[in-house]
Design a protein around this ligand. Structure first.
Ligand SMILES: Cc1ncc(COP(=O)(O)O)c(C=O)c1O
Length: 377
């Protein structure tokens, strides 16, 4: 099958770029004597995750119990569910553990401890304490009294096993320079290690110190005291990650193939069948120095076209492409039926709009294979 055989819009993975992104993270983390527990929420696809797990211990991170179910069904047992646990999911967690999943849950409060412990059956439920090292989201502060309160409550609960601490320095996405990224990575590492040390000093063992986001993982300079790194979007990369200087636009492995369906010569617009339903509404680069609107346009071979084109606006199933600065475009270069690729602002949001990936390699128009993905909870 060729790209021209696909019905558009269609989600495309460039396998060469993806493999290079996976290898880069692997090299970096292993170079710092640590290993990766990849986050599978971006890909939600076993074929992709198998490639990410090559040379790694085999544990994964999930953001939904649906991911946990799917990957457990594909033989991956060691799973960290890295979103704070809602009471209505306790039964589901206990059932997965009963079926053989080594499923670890994340908590940041004492109120969940008793109902969670009560749900434990034959084996204790493994628990990580969520830390907030950058004031961006959920979690307990590494230096807070609450950290020790939660740790003691888990350690004392008969049905639970305290595994350690976990943090995600999402604030790393706000960095604007290499120095800031390096500093943020160290903030994440040192905060997690400090929290683990405090719990250990209280006489409670902390075997796991889990940190990571794609920016902080790739800009960490040492991982002393860390037992695992988590990252997920690095597999595909995207325009947000490129915008903060963590990768280049040429590294982005995910794109949406769209067709030109018409023009508005009076406005200098190219109209496509790639609207927000296929690209997503994510305007993640809007707060960056280079706003890519709904996505950056590439040729069907994945290369920069003659004009600097972005998807300026979208309707549900229409994309409006224009030159970034409003310059005149020779619309004759993009006749009706032309295939273009749109690089996503945020790979997770764009992939979530689709149920399959079509896999190509580099400039070749051949579609090598198709992989399923899923969404939902
Ligand atoms: C808890 C947790 N760990 C790891 C990650 C992976 O980070 P990234 O998407 O930057 O690769 C995320 C992403 O949101 C996360 O929420």
């Amino acid at each position: 099958m060729q790209l021209t055989d696909l019905e558009t819009p269609a989600l495309i993975i460039d396998r060469e770029r993806m493999d290079a992104n996976i290898a880069r993270m692997h090299r970096h983390v292993h170079g710092l004597h640590c290993s990766l527990r990849p986050h599978v929420k971006t890909a939600k696809c076993i074929e992709v995750v198998r490639r990410v797990l090559e040379g790694e211990p085999g544990g994964i991170t999930v953001s939904t119990l649906k991911e946990a179910e799917y990957f457990f069904g594909h033989g991956l047992r060691d799973i960290v569910y890295a979103v704070g646990l809602a009471p209505n999911k306790i039964g589901h967690v206990a059932a997965l553990i009963e079926r053989g999943a080594a499923l670890t849950v994340l908590i940041d409060n004492v109120s969940i401890v008793a109902p969670l412990a009560a749900a434990a059956r034959d084996r204790p439920i493994p628990v990580l304490i969520e830390l907030d090292v950058d004031g961006q989201r959920s979690g307990v502060a590494p230096d807070s009294a609450l950290l020790l309160e939660v740790a003691r409550a888990v350690a004392a609960a008969p049905g639970l096993e305290l595994r350690g601490v976990l943090t995600h320095a999402g604030g790393s996405y706000g960095c604007r320079s290499e120095a800031a990224l390096v500093e943020f990575a160290e903030l994440e590492r040192s905060g997690a290690v400090r929290a683990a040390d405090r719990i250990q000093a209280a006489g409670i063992p902390v075997p796991v110190v889990s940190i990571g986001s794609t920016p902080s993982a790739l800009f960490s300079r040492n991982l002393h005291g860390v037992t695992e790194v988590r990252a997920g979007v690095h597999v595909f990369q995207d325009l947000v990650i490129a915008g903060i200087g963590v990768c280049s636009v040429d590294d982005v492995a995910l794109s949406v193939l769209v067709s030109v369906i018409g023009h508005r010569a009076d406005r200098n617009w190219i109209i496509t069948d790639g609207g927000w339903m296929s690209l997503s509404r994510d305007l993640g680069t809007a707060s960056q120095p280079l706003d890519q609107a709904y996505g950056l346009v590439r040729s069907s071979e994945g290369e920069a076209p003659a004009d600097d084109l972005i998807v300026k606006s979208t309707n549900q199933e229409h994309g409006i492409i224009a030159e970034r600065h409003g310059n005149t475009v020779d619309l004759g270069r993009y006749p009706v039926g032309t295939l273009l690729r749109v690089l996503p602002n945020h790979a997770c949001s764009t992939a979530a709009q689709h149920s399959q990936y079509h896999v190509v390699a580099g400039r070749s128009p051949a579609v090598q294979t198709t992989w399923s993905r899923f969404s939902g909870w």
